[in-house]
Ligand binder design. Sequence first.
Ligand SMILES: CC(=O)N[C@H]1[C@@H](OP(=O)(O)OP(=O)(O)OC[C@H]2O[C@@H](n3ccc(=O)[nH]c3=O)[C@H](O)[C@@H]2O)O[C@H](CO)[C@@H](O)[C@@H]1O
Ligand SMILES: C=C(OP(=O)(O)O)C(=O)O
Length: 428
Amino acid sequence: MEKIVIEGGTPLKGRVQVSGAKNSAVALIPATILAESETVIDNVPNIRDVHILIELLQEIGGQVRLRGGELKVDASRMRDTPLTNGRVKQLRASYYLMGAMLGRFKRAAIGLPGGCNLGPRPIDQHIKGFEALGAKVRTEKGAIYLEAEKLSGARIYLDVVSVGATINIMLAAVRAEGQTIIENAAKEPEIIDVATLLSSMGAKIKGAGTDVIRIEGVKRMDGCRHSIIPDRIETGTYMIAAAASRGQVMVDQVIPKHVESLTSKLREMGVKVVEADEHIIVDGSQTKLKAVDIKTLVHPGFPTDLQQPMTTLLTQAEGTSIVTDTIYSSRFKQVDELRRMGANIKVEGRSAIISGPTPLTGAKVTASDLRAGAALVIAGIIASGLTEISGVEHIERGYEQLEAKLKGLGVQIWRQSAEGQAALYRVK
Ligand SMILES: CC(=O)N[C@H]1[C@@H](OP(=O)(O)OP(=O)(O)OC[C@H]2O[C@@H](n3ccc(=O)[nH]c3=O)[C@H](O)[C@@H]2O)O[C@H](CO)[C@@H](O)[C@@H]1O
Ligand SMILES: C=C(OP(=O)(O)O)C(=O)O
């Protein structure tokens, strides 16, 4: 297994360019199934989740090509091939194949999704939505089978505000007969991005980005060209890394509004953050960091996906910070690893209580999930000495060119091969 090795202690300096959003890309790619001609998506991040989805589209007959961030998908010859193999379990977003295939073929057989292990992650709201549209759904041997004679628009109230269920129901409802209304819908920017693509393909969607989405079903959808929004979680990760390392970084090609909850927390901590139209400058160089409390919430609240990186930053703040994750019951797997590096953190139920500041020292640690990986990379950047991070495959699910981007900001970072031979990471 490969490892990321970091020699810590250098404040980040310079400019970093943010990639297209993982959580948009992983929904937009399955959405291309709905078009009966070629779709082109720009700004596609070169990450593991995207690669797996491309393979899954190819498995059902799609002609797919990813070159330099441009993805071309010709879905005209796709079939309703069952996708019940191990590949779907390697990511969470494979659940979007259910909505998209149900919309296009009126049937789908998809293995239960994987993704980060953050506690229970049921998909009951997705299924409730599909059933309301007229699908018969059964779960058998780790896969979900969906079938509908026809899909009919329905009024669907989500019991839990869910990004995945909102998008998945949209994907099926665009091809249902009549009107669908999703109430208590999620409002994340990625939902607007998916609605924009679907509208360009011919769908009729109103209200994406609010908690009531209205969809008028259409008979046919065609390909189009679409560019993915910047990744707000990657944006936030570099902002947090800049503050933690007491660096000065321009995080470029971003939508500042999408990270407002983080920006205001960083300012509360005493970090200087300057927003422009398409970039954010984070200056932590003169800062004595103050402890703050954080509660993760649905958008536009503080995103759960930035909670783990934030716990690393808070180890450097003066005083006690309490971080509460209201979205997931078990999203503090980074904490044991941070403790190995010297952090003073206690987990009580859904809260982490962090006392600081504590100097961190390099250690051998393991990333158990994607954002735990980001938390440990930031810890490695600010720790004294060498940090070796295993579980790199989780990090690769969601960060494009992580080492190259950090190297560009002055971080001493290497990839270590399975044989244990440290090889200096070569920037392409
Ligand atoms: C691929 C993708 O976009 N992943 C994101 C998406 O995950 P995902 O779409 O899986 O997350 P949801 O918004 O659905 O989950 C939010 C909460 O609702 C619960 N729930 C969800 C669906 C359901 O049918 N029943 C149910 O109880 C979940 O267990 C969780 O507690 O949104 C999460 C919350 O912002 C992010 O952390 C993930 O990065
Ligand atoms: C939880 C995440 O991803 P996924 O839902 O794909 O597991 C994440 O991106 O932080």
